[in-house]
Design a protein. Structure first.
Ligand code: BG6
Length: 508
């Protein structure tokens, strides 16, 4: 792996959850793997006034609590924290940014980090624009001395109009090459493995099209509710929070054509083409193609689970969706007529993200089977947890006759025992440090994704009669989502039972 140049990383929103739960532990992990440059500093920026010392203590505690691999030696975290600094700043204060500039120049000279800065916006989205404007006004985005890169968290905008506006504003201030729109799903090993699985093997690609595939299903289920993020989530909902970015990116990588090279733009061009080929959903078809739901209170294994409307900072009459399922088509040569089904939700029975490729049935019913159904193979790409790949196919049951049994051929990442799977943020932060934007969303991808969702957002805004179905926390969402799936007896794949059931199991 390439080693990054010496640099300073500035994290706006340093007192937030993202910084302590994900970013600082990820940088710590990069450091322990010797993937940080020789000279570097991390500056936490926030409105709260705290000392360097208090910030260091808070972050070294966060490393102990949230690192994916247990940190047994507390001294490692404490000595890492010596490279951390805190700078109090109100994001709307242009003068404050001039002070930040002097502070960074002085630190950069003192540490010998060569004027390379990365600015990470881990703030509420409403601050992205003002921070970018103030950085630019202070001259902090000029690349005369070193590189200047901006990492922007999702959601990038609220809808097509605001997404376009934010892109336009950023482009007035900095070049597209300096912008890294982060979608942490692209940092997941298994999401990247989609590219390798599809394009490093000769046997999948010939089958990867409308001739052999009946339908594709993508599920991203979470068992947790909105936790402490009710305020943000209530103005966002599952469509903006998960579909616009994570789910559509997975659709892009599953459906794209082979890129001509591994160049960032070659890959992103192919994902963009998929987004451009998404068949627009007409506003009048939204009730038939999109099902939304909201979790209600229930009892999960004897414990009371709060309904969404009673979560902290959520409006008691909120119609925000915590579940969404969509059926759509991709209008191109490869996928014409193949339905894609995607769904995501909070407070579902388990945490699982998987892509299920349902192959077409055999053309002829040759063997006896108990169900009387024709055979249909499934390839399941498990993104998380228990990352792996599973192929389901039929075998002869030992004994007389030709009875058929469906069996699994499976690969688990954990079987690569000596290989550590890096966290998504580690991978993505390292990529920004070395200037590789392959796994970041480009302006046109984000805009095209919003464009696809626009009729859904409009239909929901205009027609309050489009139902928000309640579903008890711990179940698989509204049953109406099954109506989306075309074909007799076909349903979503349910990798485990409802949480409310006595036994919880999760089968890959
Ligand atoms: C985030 C969403 O982008 O992804 C959260 O804002 C969601 O609402 C999270 O919980 C899920 O990420 P992961 O990696 O746990 O699947």
């Amino acid at each position: 792996m390439e080693n990054p140049k010496n640099l300073i990383i500035v994290i706006f929103g340093a007192s937030g959850d993202l910084a302590s739960r994900k970013l600082i532990p990820a940088i710590f992990s990069l450091k322990t793997q010797k993937l940080m440059p020789e000279k570097y500093a991390i500056i936490g920026v926030g409105r709260t006034i705290i000392s360097n010392e208090d910030f260091r203590t808070k972050m070294s505690d966060a490393i102990i609590s949230f690192s994916e691999e247990k940190v047994t030696d507390k001294n490692l975290a404490t000595s890492f924290a010596e490279n951390l600094f805190y700078f109090p700043l109100d994001s709307s204060s242009a003068e404050g940014f001039l002070e930040l500039k002097s502070y960074l120049s002085e630190l950069s000279l003192r540490l010998g980090t060569g004027g390379n800065y990365i600015f990470y916006m881990a703030t509420p989205p409403s601050l992205y624009e003002v921070i970018a404007v103030n950085l630019s006004k202070a001259g902090l985005t000029d690349q005369e001395i070193g590189f200047r890169r901006l990492i922007i968290e999702k959601p990038f905008g609220y809808d097509l109009e605001s997404g376009l506006k934010l892109n336009k504003k950023l482009h007035e201030l900095i070049s597209e090459e300096q912008i890294y729109r982060i979608d942490h799903y692209l940092g997941k090993e298994t999401v990247q493995n989609l590219l390798v699985m599809r394009f490093a093997n000769g046997m999948f690609e010939p089958l990867w099209n409308r001739n052999y595939i009946h339908r594709i299903e993508i599920t991203s289920a979470e068992s947790i509710g909105v936790e402490q993020r009710g305020g943000y989530y209530d103005s966002s909902g599952a469509l903006r929070d998960m579909v616009q970015n994570h789910l559509l990116q997975m659709v892009g990588l599953t459906a794209m054509e082979p890129p001509s090279s591994l160049d960032a733009n070659a890959i992103r061009n192919e994902v963009l083409k998929v987004f451009q080929s998404l068949q627009p959903i007409k506003e009048e078809d939204v009730p038939n193609q999109v099902i939304r739901g909201q979790y209600t209170g229930s009892l999960i294994r004897g414990e009371c689970a709060t309904g969404y409307r009673y979560e902290k900072d959520v409006n008691v009459s909120s119609r925000t969706e915590t579940y969404v399922a969509i059926k759509f088509f991709i209008n191109n040569w490869r996928w014409g007529g193949v339905p894609f089904y995607i769904r995501t939700g909070k407070r579902l029975p388990t945490r699982v993200t998987e892509i299920v490729i349902h192959f077409k049935q055999t053309p002829h019913h040759l063997f006896q089977r108990q169900s009387g159904k024709l055979s249909a193979n499934q390839l399941i790409i498990r993104i998380q947890p228990d990352e792996g790949i599973l192929l389901k196919f039929d075998m002869k049951e030992p004994g007389a006759g030709f009875n058929i049994k469906n069996v699994n051929m499976d690969f688990h990442y954990k079987d690569l025992a000596d290989i550590r799977v890096p966290s998504a943020y580690e991978r993505l932060l390292h990529d920004v440090m070395v200037g590789d934007s392959t796994l970041f969303s480009r302006d046109d991808e984000v805009e095209t994704a919003w464009k696809f969702l626009e009729p859904i957002q409009k239909a929901w805004a205009k027609n309050p009669e489009i139902k928000v179905f309640g579903y008890p926390a711990g179940t698989w969402g509204p049953e109406h989502a099954n109506d989306l799936i075309e074909g007799d007896d076909l349903t979503w794949r349910y990798p485990c039972k409802n949480m409310a059931d006595d036994e919880l199991y999760c089968e890959l």
